[in-house]
Design a binder for this molecule. Sequence first.
Ligand code: 5GP
Length: 288
Amino acid sequence: MLPPRLSRRSRRKAGESAVKARQERAKVKELVMNGELFFFDLFEDERNSVKRMKLMDLLHSVPGIGKVRAEIIMGKAQISPSRRIGGVGKRQLETLRQEFLLIKNSRRSGKLLVVSGPSGVGKSTLTNRMRGDERFWISVSVTTRSMRTGEVDGVDYHFVSDAIFDEMIKKEEFLEWASFAGAKYGTPRRDVEAALQLGKNVILEIELNGARQVRKNSKDAVLIFIEPPSWEELTARLVKRGTESVDSTQARLDRAKEELSAASEFDYVVVNHQVDESVAQLVSLALR
Ligand code: 5GP
């Protein structure tokens, strides 16, 4: 059966009310963005146009919230991203209010710290030591290299195929990425932004080209270079580690020369003589 035909007058009326609703929604969003309308007052608004607005769109318009925080709040309150204002129950509203306040009042954004230096210098040993410290959050990179014995997917790296990595580049999911000794490595942007917004000091343990990208794009980032006590010591550490093939060891040593000559581009240099000492230096530089 065909739907009833609307008279020209009814069609005009329907068109006019759609325009009116659109204008109302745009106005509400603008007021929320400017901080002139308190987000939680929207739940008492009786207008249908407001009730049909998506909670997520409005939440990330709130000053100081943004997309990442909005996603965290909705996730913690267990509300689907497609939920509309009018579809939020009393209980959910209360959880939403609590999570909103928690996030809004959380400490100011954390610092972005880059720890770089030649392969084998001991960067991961140092940053791994900082894992238990809740002032820091150590970023887990994505890589296309194969997993070494003892490594755990999702802990040491997120191990992915070349195709997935390329897809992530296309979708601009990396804060930075680079090729190194035959594989690709990248820092997932979302995770880093979320941790920073929660007030964590985020540590990226990355090679030189990645560090340069961070320097260019994040002016406030603090760049720390880890140096070996000597070239002989670096060679010995890399060989002793025994994780690489002969070719890969050579590729890493070739890159190490280039990396070492770039130390002056960094804000600080820590010479890794002894692990405890270097960790203490890193922590104090990071919290400065
Ligand atoms: P490995 O294969 O020894 O774990 O790492 C090789 C190099 O890649 C190291 O210098 C390490 O710091 C660097 N690296 C690890 N993750 C990333 C990343 O996300 N981005 C960049 N640019 N380098 C990374």
